[in-house]
Design a protein around this ligand. Structure first.
Ligand code: ZN
Length: 484
């Protein structure tokens, strides 16, 4: 065998998409193959970045013989959405987005994602070349390790304190243009302690995280589970996660799988043009990305989504993410970059396990930039606690609460609780406000730091420009006769 080729062609319509968003196209690979190269085309192609309607968008990926079924995709070998028209996989190298390794003999599957199909339909043509060649063309990035060796532990250092980071970012392993090393350089320029690298629907970037990070910068293995009906981040899970989903029952199983593999699951940008989260708000997700990119981009809707969950008694952790699609690093930060916003996590150590434990506990606040402003909430006195904690008080007893603002002079502190909203002017660069709360019922208290806007803030949520916000302290009234 010198070279073999396979051709897969077909025609799909909106009716096909209505039945299933994904096509699995089988093809046979004989023994002795060292490299697989795929090229594909389709009619009326448009960029996924454009609003749907003007053309077809067909995504692509591939599974090897170890399995391609939904929720059993053990043979996942990569995904590139609609960003690349060709890819190659060899023993030691692969196109970013794809996992290098053995080209196992047996039945492989091309997967086509029918993201948008015009009424007149779409013809596709997939050409596959199989060759004996095994030699690498050189790894895309230096210092790579096998994908199985990605650093779940990662860098461990620096003891208990607040760490600054970013929980959503993309490289050229999906639709960014920069490498993991470019991302790390930008993160260091922003003086971030950690960044979750969350390329869309793949884990090929994981092999490059340990080499690009270090004692000063933790790169957390992540994946943005990017479905056609909503996006979510999985952080710290042990392997690739399923993304082929269109209903709540399947999404519930995906969340279970993320939890079972040690990860956290966060609903991303639940707002207009997020794109929105079309699944149930009652699914058991851990976090909500309430602040994605620049504040003005509809983030008030995401805060509203989260706040409505809090008012139902859910305890969901609010986080932020720049969703920066990194470019090659030039030495200059852009006006909108990693760390905008910054998520601050109180953790026992700078490690994936440490940061995830801090997030899980809700010991988290968000600021517009790595420089702040910083915003802290604590209960002190008889009842002690910090953001994310539950404070159980005796019926009729007060709880003493303390807000601390660093670098927020001239802004307005909003105290948001189940009982309403109260505003306080911030009168210095290191400002503390204490108050006594006497809740009549189980409730929560959380803080926002907003720009003053002459009273409009109270009336118009969309006009409220947040500069920082905290997770709540949950206050529970002890039930007489019940311990604890
Ligand atoms: Zn997204």
């Amino acid at each position: 065998m010198v070279e073999l080729s396979r051709t897969l062609t077909g025609f799909v319509t909106p009716a096909d998409k209505a039945t299933n968003d994904y096509l699995l196209l089988p093809f046979e690979v004989p023994p002795g193959v060292g490299r697989l190269t795929v090229r594909y085309t389709y009619t009326h192609r448009v960029s996924a970045a454009l609003p749907g309607g003007s053309g077809n968008v067909v995504d692509i990926g591939v599974f090897d013989p170890r399995g391609a079924a939904v929720l059993q995709g053990h043979g996942f070998r990569g995904w590139s959405g609609s960003d690349r028209s060709q890819f190659t996989i060899g023993l030691a190298d692969a196109t970013p987005g794809y996992l290098p390794g053995p080209i196992y003999p047996g039945t492989w599957h091309i997967i086509l994602g029918l993201y948008h199909i015009l009424p007149q339909g779409c013809h596709y043509h997939v050409g596959i070349t199989l060759s004996e060649e095994q030699g690498g063309r050189g790894a895309e990035e230096q210092g790579s390790k096998g994908a199985g060796e990605q650093g779940r532990g990662g860098a461990v250092c620096c003891g208990p304190r607040w760490y600054r980071g970013d929980l959503q970012s993309h490289t050229y392993h999906s639709d960014g243009t920069g490498s993991v090393a470019d991302l790390a350089a930008a993160a260091r320029a922003q003086r971030l302690d950690f960044v979750a690298v969350t390329d869309h629907n793949t884990v090929s970037h994981w092999a490059h995280l340990a080499a690009a990070g270090g004692d000063d910068l933790l790169l957390i293995p992540g994946q943005e589970i990017t479905t056609y009906y909503g996006h979510a981040n999985a952080w710290g899970a042990r392997g690739w996660q399923e993304f082929r989903c269109r209903d709540d029952a399947t999404m519930a199983r995906i969340i279970d799988a993320v939890h079972a593999s040690g990860g956290l699951f966060s609903v991303n940008h639940p707002k207009d043009n997020g794109p929105a989260w079309e699944y149930s708000p009652d699914l058991p997700f851990d976090c909500v990305e309430v602040w994605q990119g620049l504040w003005a981009a509809n983030n008030w809707q995401s805060v509203d989504f989260w706040d409505s969950l809090l008012r139902q008694g859910r305890r969901v952790v609010a986080v932020g993410g720049s969703d920066k699609h990194v470019a090659p690093f030039t030495g200059q930060l852009s006006f909108y970059d990693l760390g905008m916003p910054t998520t601050w996590v109180y953790a026992e150590e700078l490690s994936t396990a440490g940061i995830l434990a801090g997030i899980r506990a809700g010991h988290v606040f968000i600021s517009a930039e790595p420089q702040g402003p910083e915003l802290y909430l604590a209960a002190d006195g008889v009842y002690e606690g910090t953001m994310g904690d539950e404070v159980v008080i005796a019926n009729g007893r007060p709880v003493m609460l303390r807000a601390q603002v660093v670098g927020g002079r001239g802004l307005v502190l909003r105290i948001v609780s189940g009982e309403g909203v109260k505003s306080v002017a911030v009168e210095g660069d290191d400002f503390t406000h204490r108050w006594q709360a006497r809740p009549q019922d189980d409730t929560f208290y959380r803080l926002e730091l907003v720009e003053p806007s002459g009273g409009r803030v109270e009336r118009d949520a969309a006009a409220t420009v947040r500069r920082a916000l905290t997770n709540p302290i949950y206050v529970t009234i002890a039930t007489p006769g019940r311990d604890g």
